[in-house]
Design a protein around this ligand. Structure first.
Ligand SMILES: [Fe+2]
Length: 488
């Protein structure tokens, strides 16, 4: 009995000591004022302005400092310090910077500073280049590191990228733990480039305000900021619009109107859209009405506004369409690029979608990043497979005057080698786009609320009138896929 008591007391002491050690470790973490989760975003004029967002574990002042530059040479505005989910979110916007200049900066409270980071403002010429990634959607550090390695490889291919667009699903559940893993894996890079973030469903749906609270974006024209943010900017001779496809499950009438006005309010030579959900896909989510609704409502706007290219994510495979105008092949149409995942979660091809929700004649390039069935599409058969395609995906885009070059790469899962899997040049006559909208492009809360019912009605009309009959027509092929390939 005595021995039992001794063992019990010893076990209790060990338990209490372990708890105390853990407690001290997390308490230290909880009291720090050192900045973490730092990001630099486009915010306003890319030649003169940037947004900054970071976190501290305790309440602290929100300051930025530039190496060798007095405060009188720039303006700081929109300063925010708010508690968010147990930490403190800091945001500010720096403007009145000089174009074409590389700045070295750090953020903090005046005593506790981040490491120095750098960014470069747009120089105003007719060139812009960027790296695009999507869908890291990780839950553990190891998988975030795979995504970060993909981005490292991308910078080797395009070291001078003006910005990095991320088509969404940064994390799986938008928890503090996951965003900290994201920061641990990407943080060293994040402070040294400008990011164009896109809200994924994992960043916005059911995890309200996380996306907006992770990035200092210009939300003045956003239709709402709860589930994501829509915004736009110019860089070089291109105009970029970022959509929020969490808005009423896909896109509201208000956001469609915003997109139309936004694209009509620019005379830039190239018009590019970033969004999360994909209308043209052969992936897992290509069978659901929310993503497919985008096939119904976006092509008309893209055609009306001469949008050249749309980048999306969500379906974790790479697919580039031929240029399409209102769903028909047309050399002057819009090219739709499903980005492929930079992370480890990769989706098989769903051949049952072909001929129903995806016309295979419209596919210019398809790369399924997994081994086995449908890994490679040659235009005729799903049976092909190639080792080259198995890995993690990123794109580079370089615009120089009237030429846009898109290159898509896979970082091979086994060898770590980076192989090009798609490459295409687009050319156009510059100076053709005209401004046809000048005015207020903001959406009032009242307008948005009044639009909710018609927006849902449009989605429901599409789901019942178009999607459902086609889904039933596809059902035999879908069931065959489930039985034979165990793929839904
Ligand atoms: Fe997604």
């Amino acid at each position: 009995m005595k021995n039992f008591k001794r063992i019990f007391c010893l076990a209790l002491c060990v338990f209490m000591l372990a708890t105390a050690v853990t407690g001290v470790a997390s308490a230290e973490e909880a009291t720090g004022a050192a900045p973490f989760r730092l990001s630099v975003t486009v915010n306003g004029d890319t030649a003169t302005s940037r947004g900054f967002c970071w976190y501290t574990a305790e309440e602290a002042a929100t300051k930025i400092e530039f190496d060798g530059m007095d405060e009188s040479f720039y303006k700081v505005s929109d300063v925010v310090c708010e508690e968010w989910d147990g930490n403190y979110m800091h945001k500010l916007v720096v403007s009145e910077l000089k174009k074409g200049t590389t700045y070295t900066y750090r953020v903090g409270d005046g005593t506790n500073w981040s490491e120095w980071g750098t960014f470069t403002t747009d120089d105003g010429d007719n060139k812009v280049s960027f790296i695009n990634i999507a869908d890291v959607q990780a839950s553990n550090l190891e998988n975030f590191q795979v995504g970060a390695n993909t981005l490292t490889e991308a910078f080797k291919k395009l070291p001078g990228a003006d910005f990095v667009s991320n088509c969404g699903d940064f994390t799986n559940d938008s928890t503090n733990e996951e965003w900290n893993y994201y920061d641990e894996a990407f943080g060293a890079m994040n402070k040294n480039f400008t990011i164009v973030p896109v809200a994924g469903n994992h960043d916005g749906l059911g995890v309200e305000y996380w996306f907006n609270n992770m990035f200092a974006l210009d939300t003045t024209e956003s239709v709402q900021i709860k589930d994501g943010v829509n915004y736009s900017f110019d860089y070089g001779n291109a105009h970029f619009a970022v959509l929020n496809t969490n808005d009423i499950l896909a896109i509201s009438n208000a956001q469609l109107e915003w997109l139309k006005n936004d694209m009509k309010s620019t005379d830039k030579d190239w018009k590019i859209v970033f969004m999360h959900k994909s209308p043209y896909t052969l992936g897992k989510d290509g069978k659901w009405p929310d993503a497919l609704y985008l096939q119904d409502c976006l092509p008309g706007v893209m055609a009306e506004c001469n949008v050249d290219m749309v980048f999306s994510g969500h379906d974790h495979q790479y697919l580039r369409t031929k240029p399409l105008t209102n769903g028909q092949i047309d050399a002057n149409g819009t090219t739709w690029v499903l980005s492929g995942t930079a992370g480890t979660k990769r989706y098989e091809v769903r051949p049952f979608l072909a001929g129903h929700f995806m016309n295979t004649d419209h596919i210019a390039n398809l790369v399924v990043q997994k081994d086995g069935y449908g890994n490679y599409w040659d235009g005729f058969s799903w049976e092909n497979t190639t080792e080259r395609n198995i890995g993690y995906c990123f794109e580079t885009v370089e615009i120089d005057g009237g030429t846009l070059t898109l290159k898509t790469y896979i970082v091979n899962e086994k060898t770590g080698m980076t192989n090009i899997v798609d490459e295409i040049d687009f050319t156009k006559k510059t100076g053709e786009n005209k401004i046809t909208f000048e005015g207020d492009n903001t959406t009032s809360e009242m307008d948005y609320t009044l639009n909710i019912i018609p927006s849902f009605f449009n989605l429901a009309k599409y789901a019942i009138g178009t999607w459902l009959p086609e889904f039933f027509a596809m059902l035999p092929e879908l069931l065959y896929s489930v039985i034979v390939y165990d793929t839904f």
